[in-house]
Design a protein around this ligand. Structure first.
Ligand SMILES: [Fe+2]
Ligand SMILES: [Fe+2]
Length: 185
């Protein structure tokens, strides 16, 4: 006699805030199949958006690392950071507002079992938006700085690291909930 034991799916991120019971759609579309041609036409836009966010975050952290390691002078650090920062922050605010205003409410309506999971993602957006606000304030101070300011660069470095940590966990958790919904509908 065969017994059907449901598979236990775990969130992909080590620090995930998701409960395994919210990953029931991974029975039908596990992460290994997200880029399968049968699904990629529905899943890849969202995943590509997230990968561009990670790239912009990575470039900012590389610029900051280079300055901290004395591989980049102040003038170049300042101009590169200012150019990269405003685009990164603008994209993220736009991204969060579309998710909060359009996508997440629709997903919760269609999958009420995921309500608590989407509440975590919504809360992440608030935390991220506060961290982005602090980052933007430091960006403004950087714009106004006429002399090299190591303390400001240290603050920016720390704030960027904080946003990077938040983003990495949030994007992974969001994909764990959202990508199977997109792929299976
Ligand atoms: Fe998000
Ligand atoms: Fe997102």
């Amino acid at each position: 006699m065969s017994t059907n034991i449901p598979a236990l799916h775990l969130p992909r991120h080590a620090d995930s805030l998701l409960s395994a019971e919210w990953l029931f759609l991974h029975d039908h579309l596990p992460p290994d199949d997200w880029f399968n041609p049968d699904y990629a036409y529905k899943t890849s836009t969202w995943l590509a958006m997230h990968s561009r966010i990670q790239q912009r975050q990575g470039r900012l952290q590389q610029t900051s690392n280079a300055y901290q390691d004395n591989r980049l002078d102040w003038a170049n650090y300042k101009s590169q950071t200012l150019r990269q920062l405003s685009s990164h922050i603008d994209h993220l605010h736009g991204h969060h507002s579309i998710e909060d205003g359009q996508y997440f409410p629709r997903f919760v309506r269609n999958y009420p079992r995921l309500t608590a999971g989407f509440a975590i993602l919504d809360n992440d957006h608030h935390t991220l938006n506060a961290a982005l606000h602090d980052l933007q304030q430091s960006g403004r101070a950087l714009y106004r700085a006429t002399l090299e300011d190591q303390r400001l660069a240290d603050t920016l470095h720390q704030q960027l690291g904080q946003v990077g940590t938040l983003l990495s966990r949030h994007l992974s958790d969001e994909e764990d909930l959202v990508i199977p919904i997109l792929g299976l509908n």
